[in-house]
Design a protein around this ligand. Structure first.
Ligand code: TTP
Ligand code: MG
Length: 374
């Protein structure tokens, strides 16, 4: 079947359940029924550090990723809880095996992190969501049979819906959201469920009385633009109505390198700002030298005092790896930007990309947003 003849794409998000803890259960099945907490010990005192993840037995006691270890111990007092240090190498090895199984189920495959991957299954399902559900069941039983691991799968018409639907039911879940269910599915959910809306953005939205995704979809786009800038406002609006065109694509080697920093004080003064961006350029350049990379596109990001995000970029005719060229283009982009706008900068960033293939602009946006949220 030709892709153009299909009504909708079918995208799956596969997320392994309580991954690090499930790996630990795998090599020691006797702990399976106990609370299992995988920890990153900082080494300062015996219990200092944070919880990396916990199995669902431990989660029932309120243990969560990121929680201080002493607090998890308190919550699990008088239980037979098992606390273990992270063993990334072991998890990576298992992840590799699972990912190669998942690849076999996809027309296009994209791993996003150690325990998650997107699978575009449009072609092999002929665009049928019923068939999509069957494939998702096959993925789950295949991973369980071959690697003895459970996972949660979300199926939707794009990556955004696939991801949000996977979050709907965990662990060992399967949620399918067809195009005509998208509005009803998204509407009642809290805005923080939109990918890229972190704690800070959530607060700013709540201040606008945007609580649910339905509220977001009804909010005037111009009003959103005034607060978040045009690029983000457009992204948020599209997301709220379930639109997402980002393709599922294999991530090769790094497709872009970026650095972002907060200025000592808010400014529009070019010399002061380029002092900072020169530093960022040097850092980026040292990475490219290490990796032997030449780049064609140079971008800047300016986060304004009102937290709006602005980006500009320039693509060269020929790839370069020259530091002075990088610094000059950044300066030129900044100069032009500040001439065209009234913006006062709070944070500035530099990005290089286009090493081999064109980078999708939305991915850049989401990466910037992540850095922005941190
Ligand atoms: P997640 O998929 O977010 O979490 P999870 O697999 O543990 O649980 P879920 O069943 O909800 O999918 O993250 C994957 C792994 O990344 C997780 O097993 C441990 C690690 N991780 C951390 O080290 N710190 C964190 O704050 C989070 C969220 C994850
Ligand atoms: Mg997971």
């Amino acid at each position: 079947m030709e892709e153009s003849a299909l009504q909708s794409r079918i995208v799956m998000l596969v997320d392994l359940d309580y991954f690090f803890a499930q790996c630990e259960e795998l090599r020691n099945p006797s702990i399976k029924d106990k609370p299992v907490v995988v920890c990153v010990y900082s080494g300062r005192t015996e219990d200092s550090g944070a919880v990396s993840t916990a199995n669902y037995v431990a989660r029932a006691y309120g243990v969560k990723s990121g929680m201080p270890i002493f607090l998890a111990k308190k919550k699990l007092e008088n239980t037979s809880a098992v606390f273990l240090p992270v063993d990334y190498e072991f998890y990576e090895e298992i992840s590799g095996k699972v990912m190669s199984i998942l690849k076999g189920f996809a027309d296009h495959f994209e791993q996003v992190g150690i325990d998650e991957a997107y699978l575009d299954v449009t072609q092999r399902t002929g665009g049928s969501f019923e068939e999509g559900r069957k494939q998702a069941e096959n993925v789950k039983s295949g991973v369980l049979r071959q690697e003895k691991l459970t996972c949660t799968v979300g199926v939707g018409p794009n990556k955004l819906i696939a991801k949000i639907s996977a979050d709907a039911k965990k662990p060992d879940g399967l949620t399918v959201v067809t195009p005509d269910q998208v509005t009803a599915f998204l509407g009642p959910l809290h805005v923080s469920r939109v990918i890229g809306v972190g704690a800070k953005t959530t607060k700013r939205m709540e201040a606008l009385r945007i609580n649910t995704i339905s509220d977001l979809s009804k909010y005037d786009v111009q009003g959103l633009t005034a607060v978040f800038g045009k690029t983000l406002a457009t992204y948020f609006h599209n997301a709220s109505v379930g639109i997402d065109d980002e393709p599922v694509q294999e991530r090769g080697e790094a497709t872009s390198i970026s650095r972002i920093a907060t200025l000592k004080h808010n400014s529009r003064e070019l010399n002061f700002i380029t002092e900072k961006t020169d530093e960022l350029c040097r850092e980026i350049h040292s990475t490219t030298t290490k990796d032997g990379l030449a780049f064609k596109t140079v971008g800047i990001v300016v986060i304004a005092t009102d937290m709006s995000i602005h980006t500009r970029s320039k693509t060269l005719e020929n790839a370069t790896h020259d530091l002075d060229t990088l610094r000059e283009i950044v300066k030129e982009l900044l100069e032009k930007f500040f001439n065209q706008t009234e913006v006062e900068a709070r944070r500035v960033g530099v990005r290089i990309s286009n090493f081999a293939k064109e980078q999708k602009s939305q991915r850049q946006l989401l990466t910037f947003m992540k850095e922005h949220e941190d």
